[in-house]
Ligand binder design. Structure first.
Ligand code: SF4
Length: 395
C-alpha cells in the first residue's frame, strides 16, 4: 500500500538504501534547486538569518535517519491530514521520511499486534522523536481513551520515557482543545500536563500549520535541539507575535474601517473583521505570514474572523466566536494571559475601544451629515412641491 506520493506505508518510509537525506533526494529525483528553495523557506520560517541557509542545507543533506513515533489520542486526525498536505510535498515528505516514522496509526500499513510490536521495538531502542496528536483523557484513570487495552496515559508515559523530545501536534495535544472544553467530560489534558523530564514543544493550532511542523522538524534535524519556547511551550518563531500585528486587514483596523454585517460593502472590500468577532488581537500565531494550503490563503484573508485556535482553552475563552473581543468572557487573569499578554490585551482593548468609539463617532457624524443633507433636500423639495402646488392650484 502506498501513500499519495507513491511511498510505501508502514515501517521505515525512507527510500530503500537511502542513508542520508541527500541520498533520499537523489533517489526521489528531487532537484537541488527545489531542495535549496525548501531550505531557504524553512530558514525564513524559523526566523533565522539568511546566511544560515547554507548551514541548514548542509546539515539536512547529511542528516541520518531519526526514528519517530506518532501517537493519536482524543483527536480528529485533522493535524495528520494537514501534515500529509504539506507544501513542497516532495521535499517535506523526504524530511518526514528521514524521521523514519515507525508508528503512525492512521497511515501505517501494519495493524493490531504487528503495529504495537513496531512501537515497542522503537521504544526499546530509544533516541526517537515522539509526536503526539490529540488530548489525553485522565478522568477515571484514563479509561475513556484506550488503545490495545491500554490507557492513553500509559502509552504516553511509556513512549515519552525514552524520547529525545516530544512534539505536541495541534491544540488538542497542546492544551486539550475541544475534548477539554467545559465541562471536559473525560478530564482531557495536553501532553505537557503529564510528561516530565523530556523537552516538549507545543505546536498549537487547529489544525497545526504544516509549514511550522516542517520547520520544527528541520530545526531539530539541523541543531539537534528545540528552538526558544514561550511560557506555553510554543516556539517563538511561530507564536512570538500576534495575528493582528501582521494581518493584511490591519490598515483597515487602523483606519477605523470595519465590517458591520456579513456581505456588506466593507466585507466585500476586505475591511477589518474586529466587529464580527475577530480574535486576532489576542492570538499569537504566524498565520498571516505562512498562510495555509501552500500559502494560498488563511481564515481572515478568506473573510472569516480569527477564532484564536492557537490559544489555550479557546473554546471556552474565545467564544462566542462572533462577538467582538472586549465582550468575550475570559479575557482576564483567569484566562492564563501572561503579564505581557495582559499588557498587550490592555493596549489592544484601548486601541480597539478607541477605534470602535472613533468608528461610532464617524458613523454618527456621517449620519448627522446625511440627516442634514436629507433635511436640506426635503426643504428644497418641499419648496419646489409647494411652488408646484401653487402652480397646480393656479391651474
Ligand atoms: S482585528 Fe482581526 S481582521 Fe482586524 S486587523 Fe486585527 S487580526 Fe486583522
Amino acid at each position: 500500500m502506498n501513500d499519495r506520493f507513491g511511498v510505501p506505508l508502514g515501517g521505515s518510509r525512507m527510500a530503500r538504501g537511502a542513508e542520508t537525506l541527500a541520498d533520499a533526494l537523489r533517489q526521489r529525483g528531487v532537484s537541488r534547486r527545489e531542495f535549496l528553495k525548501f531550505c531557504a523557506a524553512m530558514t525564513a520560517t524559523l526566523g533565522l538569518p539568511h546566511d544560515m541557509v547554507s548551514q541548514v542545507t548542509q546539515t539536512l543533506e547529511g542528516a541520518r535517519r531519526t526514528p519517530a513515533i506518532y501517537l493519536e489520542f482524543q483527536d480528529c486526525a485533522g493535524c495528520t491530514e494537514a501534515m500529509l498536505r504539506m507544501p513542497h510535498p516532495t521535499v517535506a515528505e523526504v524530511v518526514l521520511d528521514i524521521l523514519s516514522l515507525n508508528y503512525h496509526e492512521t497511515i501505517m500499513a501494519p495493524s493490531g499486534r504487528a503495529a504495537e510490536a513496531a512501537m515497542t521495538a522503537t521504544i526499546e531502542e530509544g533516541g526517537y522523536l515522539l509526536m503526539v496528536e490529540g488530548s489525553i483523557s485522565t478522568k477515571d484513570d484514563g479509561l475513556y481513551c484506550c488503545i490495545g487495552g491500554r490507557t492513553a496515559i500509559d502509552i504516553l508515559e511509556e513512549a515519552a520515557s525514552k524520547a529525545v523530545a516530544v512534539i505536541a501536534v495541534g491544540d488538542c495535544a497542546c492544551f486539550g482543545n475541544i475534548p477539554a472544553a467545559n465541562p471536559n467530560p473525560t478530564g482531557a489534558v495536553g501532553v505537557r500536563d503529564l510528561v516530565r523530564g523530556v523537552p516538549v514543544v507545543n505546536m498549537a493550532g487547529c489544525p497545526v500549520n504544516a509549514v511550522n511542523l516542517a520547520a520544527i522538524i528541520t530545526h531539530y534535524l539541523t541543531f539537534q535541539s528545540l528552538p526558544n519556547l514561550d511560557r506555553l511551550g510554543r516556539p517563538d518563531f511561530a507564536y512570538g507575535e500576534r495575528i493582528h500585528d501582521h494581518c493584511q486587514r490591519r490598515p483597515h483596523f487602523d483606519a477605523g474601517q470595519f465590517v458591520e454585517r456579513w456581505g456588506d460593502p466593507g466585507h466585500r472590500s476586505g475591511w477589518c473583521l474586529y466587529k464580527m468577532g475577530c480574535k486576532g488581537p489576542q492570538t499569537y500565531h504566524n498565520c498571516p505570514l505562512v498562510e495555509y494550503n501552500e500559502g494560498t490563503s488563511w481564515p481572515i484573508k478568506a473573510g472569516h474572523p480569527c477564532i484564536g485556535c492557537s490559544e489555550p482553552q479557546f473554546w471556552d475563552t474565545m467564544t462566542p466566536f462572533y462577538r467582538r473581543l472586549p465582550e468575550v468572557p475570559g479575557l482576564t487573569v483567569e484566562s492564563n494571559v501572561d503579564t505581557i499578554g495582559l499588557a498587550l490585551t490592555g493596549v489592544t482593548a484601548v486601541a480597539v475601544g478607541a477605534h470602535a468609539v472613533g468608528s461610532l463617532l464617524r458613523k454618527r457624524e456621517e449620519g448627522d451629515i446625511r440627516d442634514r443633507e436629507l433635511g436640506e433636500q426635503e426643504e428644497t423639495q418641499g419648496t419646489v412641491e409647494e411652488g408646484g402646488n401653487d402652480g397646480q392650484d393656479r391651474d
